[in-house]
Ligand binder design. Structure first.
Ligand code: GTP
Ligand code: MG
Length: 219
């Protein structure tokens, strides 16, 4: 069993969208893939939650799975878990051991578990830990999704440099929404970067088989 933690350069970049695209591809290849979102904020009744979307998805793959199997903490305020928890005066700490155990349970039911983070890597969970710490604690491989919009070069390079400085391997993929704009504004530099980096920055929609291959090749 393998797990892949899906993070991004920010919130609203396309983690949920990308996670479903990856799950669709892997399932189409006969790799039984399910999705979890252990911590979610913004549970204010106004929007469909990521964990609800994932739960719907999982039912197509395994009808025994419920939302409680894939989501363990939900907070009302659309903010980092650190802030959202304080907003509701919730004193119960997020328990990494519990998340690990529940996700291990889930892993036994599939070939690949995709775990969607909340926001980006440095989003605080509590006074001690952030999203990157959770991914590391879960011993999951990592995939970081980037926007394709103006500003993505700075955001993506900051993430790459940060992870490189910590020797943390990661797959990088750009969520290509407006190809024409991306080709003009950002592609020339990403292509240049790809001549320098040991691992290429992928285009999610075009390189999904390579992303899957790289992930499955991670030790
Ligand atoms: P959070 O979990 O809230 O941090 O967001 P996220 O990173 O999971 O982003 P999500 O996948 O929810 O995508 C954000 C918005 O962009 C949604 O409204 C998506 O419908 C839209 N979106 C994401 N990717 C694409 C895409 O490739 N094409 C189009 N048309 N819309 C996209
Ligand atoms: Mg999401």
């Amino acid at each position: 069993m393998k797990s892949l933690f899906i993070t991004a350069t920010n919130t609203n970049i396309g983690k949920t969208y990308s996670t479903h695209l990856l799950a669709d591809y892997m399932n189409s290849q006969g790799i039984k893939t399910i999705i979890a979102k252990p911590i979610e904020t913004g549970d204010n009744g106004n929007e469909i939650l990521d964990c609800q979307r994932h739960s719907q998805y999982n039912l197509k793959i395994d009808q025994s799975l419920s939302i409680e199997d894939i989501n363990f903490y939900r907070y009302k305020l659309p903010a980092s878990p650190f802030v959202a928890k304080k907003y509701e005066n919730i004193s119960t700490e997020i328990d990494f051991d519990m998340i690990y155990q529940k996700l291990s349970n889930l892993e036994s039911k599939c070939d690949v578990l995709l775990i969607e983070g909340a926001g980006g890597l440095m989003v605080p969970i509590n006074e001690e830990y952030n999203m990157l710490d959770l991914a590391r604690f879960l011993k999951a491989s990592m995939c970081l999704i980037s926007s394709d919009k103006l500003g993505m070069i700075n955001d993506l390079v900051l993430n790459i440099e940060f992870l490189k400085s910590k020797n943390i391997p990661c797959i990088y993929a750009i969520n290509l929404i407006n190809e024409e704009n991306y080709n003009t504004i950002s592609k020339p530099y990403i292509e240049y970067l790809n001549t320098k980096l040991p691992n290429p920055i992928y285009i999610l929609q075009k390189d999904i088989s390579k992303i899957t291959h790289d992930f499955l090749s991670f030790s």
